[in-house]
Design a protein. Structure first.
Length: 124
């Protein structure tokens, strides 16, 4: 049975990194990329820990095994991941209900990944 919780331990963060590395675009075949998707950004343990300290990442577990994750990023993390800086910078130029996005308290879903054998089963 799938259990959803927040990443609370060093082990949770390490398991996120393992799943992330298994699904990074550089490690996949063309077929896997086209049929299963991929992640583009890889994080260090320290980056994940810092992000998790601001807003906990959501994880899915099957027993003790981490089978999926959703990385959470707040405005405080806007300059922590270099490839995402342009996206965060654009938020100061995009309006929603007569205010720019950066005037709101918001959460960015930084990355979502599900273990291959659990995809298509409604995990996330």
């Amino acid at each position: 049975m799938t259990r959803y919780t927040k990443a609370d331990t060093a082990g949770d963060l390490e398991e996120i990194l393992v799943l992330q590395q298994a699904n990074v675009i550089q490690r996949l075949t063309k077929y896997e990329i086209e049929s299963q998707g991929f992640v583009t950004v890889t994080h260090s343990y320290e980056q994940l820990q810092k992000l998790n300290g601001t807003e906990k990442h959501v994880i899915a577990k099957d027993g003790d095994r981490l089978i999926g994750y959703l990385l959470a990023m707040t405005q405080q993390a806007s300059h922590d991941i270099p490839v995402l800086i342009p996206m965060f910078d654009a938020f100061s130029k995009v309006s929603y209900r007569d205010k720019v996005i950066t005037d709101y308290n918001f959460l960015v879903v930084g990355q979502v990944c599900i273990a291959k054998e659990y995809r298509g089963k409604g995990i996330l």
